[in-house]
Design a protein around this ligand. Structure first.
Ligand SMILES: Cc1ncc(COP(=O)(O)O)c(C=O)c1O
Length: 431
């Protein structure tokens, strides 16, 4: 039980209410699980609680009560996709040929691989073999989860910085591999010290997951960091998986390098990309992996058993997005930067001193001292219920995220200002 005695009565009552609700919910879940006729596989039961589903429930309750909810919970882009891409998609959707199964080597499939390789060369100066070093995906999350399934045996370790985007560790658990967390912290710019990992662990380690610009901490990494990673990975023969979902989202003069810019990286690394963030098309499910051809062949083999590829009309849309004008990407990045500045100044004005993000479209902060006795889920529930603001509890990103919350800047500036004002009411409770 979280101590609440240091708070005034009204705050104590709110905290107790939130804690009781979360306790009741978890008891209800346990009872429901016991009553089931068909029990889930142990690998599913080993997965940590998916905190977004709790917040979704609470949000639905609040909305049903007619409350206005500002949703900064999930990193679900609210900006429109590029207009020329939508125009093309409308045309492609009307073509019957686009309703057949997608097949390797077909026209759109070949053109998409070419478009990805050309985009990569333009953006990072890295040449890719479009036939073997490019693999389109049903979103990068799908590919990342399946990569663990493709490579991990029950006695293989996968190294994961913690906190991190949940599929990095959940994919390992689903695949039945051994998850080894490497704590990362602000003191070391949220970069893992791979050289400090125990030799015995390294003997069993098969892969490491990295992702910079980093969700949820907003940290960035430079080319020197990746050079060191590639060198380390080559020494210990460990596969490097770089999730590069936020490649465009860097501010204030930072540049986000691709790990494949490092000489020799293709020997050990694959990199995951998505059209969900830069092109604001998360619902279309478009991503791709690039890099080591053998690793990608095994990922393609795994996918061959479970999916039939991407809706061809969506593949044409991806080609348009990657090959056409990129001003919508620049505009999106500028919009998120303005939102960051507006929200940060709103939080600073109410006395919440949050660090300035260097990348991504999130804000990551410690829970204010006054509420530091609460878990991040309790604090997020309090913000949801008493301010109508949804945030992601840090513990949803791993145990080292406990004590933090993440705000996704996926609402317009006016709503972000309003969110800060509402949060102030919670922070001032009892002052
Ligand atoms: C770091 C990171 N990787 C991958 C994804 C998933 O992207 P996609 O829509 O391509 O599955 C996200 C989405 O939030 C993310 O933050």
């Amino acid at each position: 039980m979280t101590p609440v005695a240091q708070h005034d009565r009204k705050t104590q009552a709110s905290i107790r209410r939130v804690q009781a609700q979360l306790r009741e919910r978890s008891e209800r879940e346990q009872q429901r699980a016991k009553r089931r006729t068909f029990h889930e596989a142990n690998r599913l039961r080993r997965l940590p609680l998916y905190l977004f589903s709790i917040l979704d429930e609470l949000k639905a309750q609040a909305k049903a009560q007619g409350k206005d909810v500002i949703d900064l919970g999930m990193g679900n882009p609210d900006l429109p996709p590029p207009r020329h891409v939508v125009a093309d998609l409308i045309k492609r959707v009307a073509e019957p040929a686009n309703y057949r199964y997608s097949r390797k080597g077909g026209e759109v499939e070949r053109k998409l691989n070419e478009a990805i390789a050309a985009w990569y060369q333009r953006k990072f100066g890295v040449r890719l073999d479009q036939a073997t070093e490019v693999l389109p995906l049903l979103g990068s999350k799908e590919g990342i989860a399946h990569l663990s399934l493709a490579f991990l045996n029950h006695d293989d370790i996968a190294l994961v910085p913690n906190p991190t985007y949940p599929v990095h560790f959940n994919g390992i658990i689903l695949a039945g591999g051994i998850l080894y967390s490497i704590p990362i912290s602000a003191e070391h710019h949220y970069l893992p010290n791979l050289r400090a990992v125990n030799r015995e662990v390294l003997k069993m380690a098969k892969m490491v997951f990295l992702s910079y610009p980093h969700n949820p901490t907003t940290a960035v990494a430079d080319l020197k960091f990746f050079k060191d990673v590639v060198d380390w990975a080559a020494t210990y023969r460990i596969m490097v998986v770089h999730d590069f979902a936020y490649s465009d989202f860097v501010f204030d003069g930072h540049r986000a390098p691709s790990i494949l810019e490092v000489k020799g990286a293709k020997e050990v690394a694959v990199e995951f990309h998505t059209l969900s963030k830069s092109y604001s098309m998360p619902g279309l499910r478009l991503g791709f992996a690039v890099g080591n051809a053998d690793i990608l062949a095994s990922l393609a083999k795994t996918k061959g058993y479970v999916d039939f590829g991407i809706f061809p009309a969506a593949q044409w849309a991806a080609i348009k997005a990657l090959s056409g004008p990129q001003d919508s990407v620049r505009k999106a990045v500028a919009t998120y930067k303005r939102r960051r500045d507006v929200f940060l100044s709103g939080l600073h004005d109410i006395g919440w001193d949050v660090p300035q993000p260097k990348g991504t479209f999130y804000v990551w902060s410690k829970i204010p001292r006054k509420f530091s006795a609460l878990t991040s889920l309790e604090f997020a529930t309090l913000l949801m219920q008493d301010a109508g603001v949804v945030v992601a509890p840090g513990s949803g990103f791993g145990e080292y995220g406990e004590g933090f919350v993440r705000f996704a800047l996926v609402e317009p500036e006016s709503r972000l200002r309003e969110a800060a004002r509402r949060i102030e009411r919670v922070l001032q409770m009892g002052d």
